[in-house]
Design a protein. Sequence first.
Lengths: 115, 113
Amino acid sequence: NAGVMQNPRHLVRRRGQEARLRCSPMKGHSHVYWYRQLPEEGLKFMVYLQKENIIDESGMPKERFSAEFPKEGPSILRIQQVVRGDSAAYFCASSPPEGRYYEQYFGPGTRLTVT
Amino acid sequence: KQEVTQIPAALSVPEGENLVLNCSFTDSAIYNLQWFRQDPGKGLTSLLLIQSSQREQTSGRLNASLDKSSGRSTLYIAASQPGDSATYLCAVRVGGSNYKLTFGKGTLLTVNP
């Protein structure tokens, strides 16, 4: 059973460009969580999604950031018009559908660098 | 607002030593507490999960304790090995939004051969 997959692993964008980060949950998992780790900071919760639904986006910046988890395909975290402060590691986690939230399995992360 | 603090930020020990990592949290109304290991360029690996009703959990050379009333947890690593070198993260879940992990900044552990 493959783990949580994230791609790309490294992404370089210039200021003002768009960044798209993808997360494929573990097989059978229908809950996805995104966390951001800024340099010298702990991981911070951004958003929790189930298939086709955003459950909690309280940790996501109100502007430029959006997330989706379509019926088919990976979850996407989209950052529009990136700025240097968006440079961070973005981690995705997934959990089974039966409410076992504590069984969150993390992906390897996407390191975003904004130049 | 829940805040999680980990002390020390970095620790270097010789191989074979027993060591303790500390974690404190400001709101004692937690649902559970989890210790993770983070290796460079890799994701997080769950080490131990302690429910709020439990006092400790053990897995191999690892033992984690929880004192909810004082807002503290410790991770004890026995007979450390170079392969234990990693960043150790402590995270808590709060009831009501127990899917959401609040992390500390971690302790960077280096075990020297």
